[in-house]
Design a binder for this molecule. Sequence first.
Ligand code: RAM
Length: 403
Amino acid sequence: MMKKILALMLSVSMIAGLAACGSKETEAPAEEPAQTEAPAETGGDDAEAEAPAAPAANGSGKHVFMFKSTGNKFGDLMYEGYSEYMSALGYETEYKSPAETTVAAQVQMLDELITQGVASIVISTNGDTGYDEIFQKAKDAGIPIVSIDSEASVDYRLAHINQAEVQDIGSYLVQAAVLITLGVDYPEDKTMEEAVAEQLGSYSGDEIVLGVLSAGIDTPVQNSWIAAMETELAKDMYKGKVSPELDKKYGNDDPVESTTQANAFVAEAKVDCIISPTTVGIAAAGQVLKGANSDIKLTGLGLPSEMQSFMPNKADDDAFASVCPYMMLWDVIHLGAVAGAAIDAAITNGWAGTDGETFTMAAFRDYAEEDYSVYTQGDGTFVLAGTPYIFYKGNMAEWIDKL
Ligand code: RAM
């Protein structure tokens, strides 16, 4: 039976006049509706009918999913997808994350788990270094490791499950922040890049300054997105109009520390818009900016359920009456399920995450059965799980209950 097609974007009517953001000059918004960047997911056959055979004997034991720390809904949702996919295949899964967002805390927990004899590990890491010894211990014990969200060393992981292209995420975040600073609604009729080029082409106001409220200073995934933001800012269209320097602060994916850092942005009053590439950071910043009635605007990577008080929720809302007119993320639940499919392939078919290898993911919720191919980037191998979704007034209502 065909499942319903996942409708990612709703069409909305363009708003003709928008309020200026902060002290910057405002251009008239785009006239025609823009293409969204969301992927087109197709419906497919029933998941149970498509499910691969039960795991082989070497898949017995617990399959561990370790996030950066506890108390983060983003991690919880990834695990929801992972465990749902794995349980349907008969695997036993366990969600284990340390209380503290540190390498040391993850290493200690991994040590205990490996000693207990787990069947596989999916991990989002807290740093680039410090895991070699413990990952070697897992390798020696024949425990496959797949990283998700935040990369593990290429020497020890089979592959990294990439949520979306790193450069796309960095570029879209900068483009959104610039458009938001200029008081421009999410453009439905063109790409954000086209809208930025158009807006900045006739912009003669003060140089726009963007801030970043990140997670940990060493977190691989956020640092890769920040590097991608800097690559985007090096494009000609930003020269003299948007500062190439990002004002960076780190809230360690801790609500209290993130609040402190967001308050510092308000007190310093140097930035026009904060980009927070972490669901914890953006929610904390939303609260602070709203509470302070600040002129500073906000965008980043957020969960619609956590951001609903700081964003427009309906198509006819004035997006600029909220601190965060639009933001991005991807389908976190599906992302976790892709990691489950990779682990299943490793257990049942000896999938090793080498370049060109493919595995089939069974139909999952609204997603049809799909093949994923391993590709190489730099010195590591990856599986691409999706593309970024833009959450804005036109589709927030649809997503608040989902993510
Ligand atoms: C946070 C985490 C995670 C990141 C998301 C967007 O919850 O820091 O690593 O990918 O946000």
